[in-house]
Design a binder for this molecule. Sequence first.
Ligand SMILES: NC(=O)c1ccc[n+]([C@@H]2O[C@H](COP(=O)([O-])OP(=O)(O)OC[C@H]3O[C@@H](n4cnc5c(N)ncnc54)[C@H](OP(=O)(O)O)[C@@H]3O)[C@@H](O)[C@H]2O)c1
Length: 264
Amino acid sequence: MSNLDTQHRVLITGASSGIGATYADRLAKRGHDLLLVARDERCLEILAERLRTENGVEVAILKADLTEPGELAAVEARLRSDESIGMLVNNAGVAAAGTLLGADIDKLEVMIQLNVTAVTRLAIAAADSFAARGRGVIINVASVLALAPELFNGSYSGTKAYVLNLSQALNGELQGKGVQVQALLPGATRTEIWERASIDLSKFPPGKVMSVDEMVDAALVGLDQGELVTIPSLPDPADWHALSAARQKLGPNLSRDQAAARYK
Ligand SMILES: NC(=O)c1ccc[n+]([C@@H]2O[C@H](COP(=O)([O-])OP(=O)(O)OC[C@H]3O[C@@H](n4cnc5c(N)ncnc54)[C@H](OP(=O)(O)O)[C@@H]3O)[C@@H](O)[C@H]2O)c1
């Protein structure tokens, strides 16, 4: 079971739309006070007002561009200093479409700053603070593309593989410290991210795209069940465990004092 305590305020990044806004709605309904982070202050204010009125919880907002080091540092400092925060939904992210050949490298770098650098700094700030207090929850929003390097030119999918990797390592370090970690791997989910990345979601087979409500509700069930890795659309979790087992089987042979016979 999740050790999520409704006494604790939740900091949600990327709360102005899509998955982050839906987490805000669901967690407010569960009785959590919230601290909503994103760049679009107006959107955050409208959402915060609705959530206060509907749920009677405290909702604060913090405008920040997480690709700006100074603004990221302010969010990080808040996570380290504000003892009322007991949960982080590390969600803000952007996608990049197109090929690597001819790509706008500056755009890819900004994506990496948001999807990797900001996610890392905030996850570690939360992990340090929560571990010191002996309780807390960290949700890192990755993607099923973490398992699909062939898709999305390897750079967006690579940032999401990084988030999965980071979550698995953090979970190992946090064992016995009262802090729960969940890596969420959504498949295609109907949000603004597609339009922002100039991808036409209507070209996807409808059977491959989940509503954001269904996805976040499933993710929260996975959290309540104490899952480290949640893949909302995966019918049989044994498939994920088989992949993990196959990877671990490689372990003893990944580093040896002799090259394999086929290389001699
Ligand atoms: N939708 C999908 O199919 C899907 C699938 C797998 C994983 N994901 C992941 O889910 C997460 C949320 O995406 P979404 O689908 O909900 O997309 P979205 O609707 O576009 O939401 C992205 C959020 O990130 C915020 N954001 C973007 N750039 C930011 C910046 N520089 N600083 C601070 N906040 C920033 C946006 O707010 P502002 O513009 O107001 O800053 C917005 O609130 C992402 O990490 C994404 O990679 C999405």
